[in-house]
Design a binder for this molecule. Structure first.
Ligand code: GRF
Length: 216
């Protein structure tokens, strides 16, 4: 399976996938960013993965930027697009074009806290458990069917930074394990649900402390 990774910043999730490539049996068709200075591009170059930045400011509107970006992605013919810290909304036209072939990692236990500033919002809400989700991308923000989640405890004295760091540690194995199941052909999108071995999942898969997903 060939992956295209879409990211806006640091790229630690890309790195986790890249480092697991042999175990997962995946290759990398390209890394794409909306930010020419994003550290993820340096990581891609160091890894020998083709990369490209396409900045929104060079286009008249979101649709035109999306069209250019996703045409560049289509050119490298990925089997799966992984949004790993891509911080822009993707318009419905491109989401539909890649329906069932695009996943996102989001730093909350969806459906709680879609959108930005999830860690600060989780703290403000007083939740005792927070975490991260991997889901298929649909035209509504952070709302697609959830494949898998990892939970972390909220600890007394946490601030948004400490909580984000605890969540990020779980993002990496969660994304790797989720992509592994897709690459193995065991997980796919089935309309508004996730299918595991052909049967709809009732609830997202959960990442265990051993960094493996609990399978149904
Ligand atoms: C992660 O927390 C991801 O969930 C969020 O943005 C962050 C990206 O981190 N959407 P990185 O660029 O993969 O290091």
């Amino acid at each position: 399976m060939r992956l295209a990774v879409l990211a806006s910043g640091r790229g630690s999730n890309f790195q986790a996938l890249f480092d697991a490539r042999d175990r997962l049996g995946v290759g990398f068709a390209g890394v794409f960013s909306d930010r020419p200075g994003a550290a993820v591009l340096d990581r891609a170059r160091a890894a020998g993965v083709p990369c490209r930045a396409i900045a929104p400011r060079d286009f008249p509107d979101r649709g035109a930027h999306d069209e250019s970006l996703f045409s560049a992605i289509a050119d490298v013919q990925p089997d799966l697009i992984v949004c790993a810290g891509y911080m822009r909304l993707i318009g419905a036209a491109q989401v539909r074009r890649f329906a069932g072939r695009m996943i996102n990692i989001h730093p909350s236990l969806l459906p709680a806290f879609p959108g930005l500033d999830t860690h600060a919002r989780a703290l403000a809400a007083g939740v005792r458990e927070h975490g991260t989700s991997v889901h298929y991308v649909i035209p509504a923000l952070d709302a697609g069917p959830v494949i898998a989640q990892a939970t972390v405890p909220v600890r007394p004295g946490d601030d948004a930074g400490s909580l984000a760091a605890r969540v990020l540690e779980r993002e990496h194995p969660l994304l790797v394990a989720s992509v592994g199941l897709i690459a193995a052909g065991r997980v796919r999108q089935l309309d508004d649900r996730v299918a595991f071995d052909g049967l709809p999942l009732d609830a997202p898969l959960q990442l265990g402390p051993d960094e493996e997903l609990h399978l149904p």
